[in-house]
Structure formats: structure tokens, C-alpha cells
Design a protein around this ligand. Structure first.
Ligand SMILES: [Zn+2]
Length: 139
């Protein structure tokens, strides 16, 4: 399962954690805003809100430097995102692709648009690779 969603819905729906690639990270994990380290940890925060001011009474803190923590998700122009978790997921996805290299492939693309075409580009790349798996056979 490859998704650009960051909401953890595939885990919630019961897909095994080790078969999911979240290309833009996950809101269910936190990292330091600085970042002071490459640590990524589970987001177990609940943020109390002052309903009179609609302001957070506390914000998540980095487990190392106690600075502000943030969701481990890739934003536009984001140079502070720690990609280690997604990198590991990509490694498992590559292993899956290698194991299925000679088998027929079906790509089911749901809700993948052209505004942010990350998923669509991956699907098209996989299908092109299947059509021309060996560079010597490419037209
Ligand atoms: Zn920190």
C-alpha cells in the first residue's frame, strides 16, 4: 500500500504496518522542529484547548531538547522533515518490488490526482518499468 495521505487510515483499517509506504510521512509520529536529532517517535499527544481562546494549553515537546515537536510529515518547501521512517518504508517497498519482479502486476490507484501527482507518477513509473523491464529490449 503506497499512500500520500498522512492520516494513518490504512493502519486503522488493519493493513500491516510493514506493508505500508507513507511517502509524505505520518501525523501519528512526531519529530523535533529544529530538528536537534533524527529521532521520530509515536504521537501519543492529546492537546488540551482553552475553549475561551481556542488556544492550545500545551504543545508537544521534543523528547531530546524539549523544544517544540511537530508532526513527522513532509510539508511544501520543508527542509526539516526527517525522512528516516519513510526511507525504511521505501526500502521494504523496493524489496517487495524486487520479489515480484517477474510476476504480473496490477496497480489500483484510488483518489490519486494530478495536483500533487506523487502517487500517479509512481504508478506510471511502475507500469513503464513493466513494459520495458530490460533496457536492451526498450524501443
Ligand atoms: Zn529537539
Amino acid at each position: 500500500m503506497v499512500t500520500s495521505n498522512v492520516d494513518g487510515q490504512f493502519q486503522k483499517a488493519g493493513f500491516p504496518e510493514d506493508r505500508i509506504l507513507e511517502v509524505h510521512g505520518s501525523i501519528h509520529h512526531l519529530q523535533c522542529t529544529a530538528p536537534c536529532s533524527l529521532n521520530i517517535w509515536s504521537n501519543r499527544e492529546s492537546i488540551p484547548v482553552d475553549t475561551d481562546t481556542m488556544r492550545a494549553r500545551s504543545i508537544p515537546r521534543c523528547m531530546s531538547c524539549k523544544g517544540v515537536a511537530r508532526p513527522n510529515i513532509l510539508m511544501f518547501g520543508d527542509y526539516g522533515w526527517i525522512s528516516a521512517r519513510t526511507d525504511r518504508q521505501e526500502g521494504r517497498f523496493e524489496e517487495f518490488l524486487d520479489s515480484a519482479r517477474l510476476k504480473p502486476m496490477v496497480v489500483i490507484e484510488m483518489g490519486a490526482g494530478t495536483a500533487i501527482p506523487t502517487i500517479r507518477h509512481l504508478s506510471e513509473h511502475l507500469l513503464k518499468e513493466r513494459r520495458h523491464p530490460c533496457p536492451h529490449k526498450s524501443p
